[in-house]
Write a protein that binds this ligand. Structure first.
Ligand SMILES: Cc1cc2nc3c(=O)[nH]c(=O)nc-3n(C[C@H](O)[C@H](O)[C@H](O)COP(=O)(O)OP(=O)(O)OC[C@H]3O[C@@H](n4cnc5c(N)ncnc54)[C@H](O)[C@@H]3O)c2cc1C
Length: 399
């Protein structure tokens, strides 16, 4: 996106991409369909250790409506809304179309793209007016008036982003807020719910914190190693960070149905028949059995005979179930990286480093990520465009 906008303003642009074809995270995104944007931008759901105001300023610099128009009109990618999730996908449902048409647009606007070009270091200008030097792993050096670093974070390193860009920026003196895997599945060792693997539900997942309770509603999937699905991914950064901090593990509580504790309490008191008979009307059999076991209530127990403590344990298992977890799947399965370059060291209008004139940053390398639902591409597109335009506005020097 940075190359598209910089080349669109007539600058000579050279894209250096280490892989054979680039945009590999686009290819694997949204299950191969690429959830290109959300239908509603929600800056308040983003996570950063920098200023949320700066984040909001950057994120809203390219309004969602204009982004949609860009993809549909300029990139020639008609979009379709998935009504039940509020996510926007290419109407073709093809992530490859998104990747290929963005590359094609960059080329049409005059950008040159070099694949299998691994940048290994950056040398700032020796004196004002001098160029930057980009050193490639091959030993080649390239001079440039300005440099845009868009090397991503550390998530899913097989797609090309292994943190090398972050190391280069650290060497240049940029402050890096501690990085951690975010939007990553959680694990439980030893496993307790392997018989539930494959069961998926829409749940409400809560993570009580000292100041407020983080709450999200969405898909939940039992895996062989633990849990995944949008709700789990959205809350995973809190679990990961509690593990890294070495303190008590973040408590996670699941409400398995739309009914809250009060509604379940009422239903359990008023319904005749057995506990299992009632639960299986609202939950898959295997999950109903597991929750009854967790609550210590026999499946065949007649509900009118439940003791108060039994009923309250069952209400908790159904509407406020403490979800046991011991770890996470880390960067190999993380959709994004938490932490990254401090936003305070970036001019939010141009994405230029406040430490190094002529150096621009965009995308996942920055200290910000959003929830599942197209928000992370929204961030990547908005910051990429701003960096591309910012680099054009910077002082031109001849090389
Ligand atoms: C499985 C998965 C599914 C996802 N699905 C979605 C989704 O549906 N919707 C959504 O909004 N977000 C999704 N995301 C998140 C989204 O893909 C990222 O937020 C986004 O790709 C970040 O863009 P970026 O350009 O900053 O980094 P990246 O996409 O990681 O791109 C960085 C590029 O830089 C290259 N590179 C790295 N280092 C160097 C170097 N030293 N020299 C040269 N080249 C280098 C890499 O090869 C790569 O091509 C998903 C992520 C994953 C892993």
């Amino acid at each position: 996106m940075a190359a598209i906008f910089a080349a669109g303003r007539g600058r000579r642009v050279l894209v250096l991409e280490r892989t054979r074809d680039g945009g590999r995270k686009i290819l694997v995104s949204g299950g191969g369909r690429c959830n290109i944007l959300p239908s509603v931008a929600e800056p308040s759901r983003f996570v950063t250790d920098s200023s949320p105001n700066t984040l909001r300023k950057i994120l809203t610099s390219w309004p969602l409506e204009e982004q949609r128009r860009f993809f549909e009109v300029e990139a020639g990618i008609p979009l379709a809304l998935e009504a039940e999730t509020g996510k926007l996908f290419p109407a073709s449902n093809s992530a490859r179309q998104v990747r290929d048409q963005l590359l094609a647009l960059a080329r049409r606007r005059g950008a040159e793209i070099r694949f299998e070009a691994l940048a290994s270091d950056l040398q700032p200008p020796a004196a004002p007016g001098d160029p930057w030097h980009i050193r490639l792993a091959s030993g080649e050096e390239i001079a440039a008036a300005s440099v845009i670093v868009a090397t991503g974070g550390l998530s899913m390193p097989g797609t090309g982003s292994d943190g090398r860009g972050i190391d280069i920026l650290r060497r240049l003196g940029q402050t890096i807020h501690e990085t951690y895997p975010a939007l990553t599945p959680l694990t439980l060792e030893p496993p307790r719910y392997t018989s539930l693997a494959g069961i998926s539900r829409t749940v409400t997942l809560r993570a009580p914190g000292p100041k407020r309770t983080f709450s999200t509603r969405g898909g939940f999937l039992f895996t062989h190693r633990g849990y995944s699905g949008p709700a789990v991914l959205d809350v995973s950064h809190l679990a990961v960070r509690s593990r890294l901090a070495g303190g008590p593990p973040q408590s996670l509580r699941v409400q398995w149905t739309e009914m809250d504790a009060a509604a379940w309490n009422r239903l359990l008191r008023e319904t005749p028949g057995t506990a299992f008979g009632l639960l299986r009307r609202h939950l898959p059999d295997r999950l109903a059995e597991a929750l009854l076991a967790d609550a210590g209530v026999e499946a065949g127990r007649p509900l009118p005979q439940l003791r108060r403590e039994e009923r309250l344990r069952l209400v908790e298992a159904l509407a406020d179930h403490p979800l046991p977890w011991t770890g996470d799947e880390g960067y190999p399965k993380a959709e994004v990286t938490g932490g990254g370059v401090a936003l305070s060291e970036i001019d939010p209008r141009t994405m230029e480093s406040r430490l190094h004139p002529g150096l621009f940053l965009c995308g996942e390398i920055l200290d910000a990520f959003g929830p599942i639902g197209g928000h992370n591409f929204l961030w990547a597109w908005a910051t990429g465009r701003a960096a591309g335009l910012g680099a054009c506005a910077a002082e031109k020097i001849s090389i």
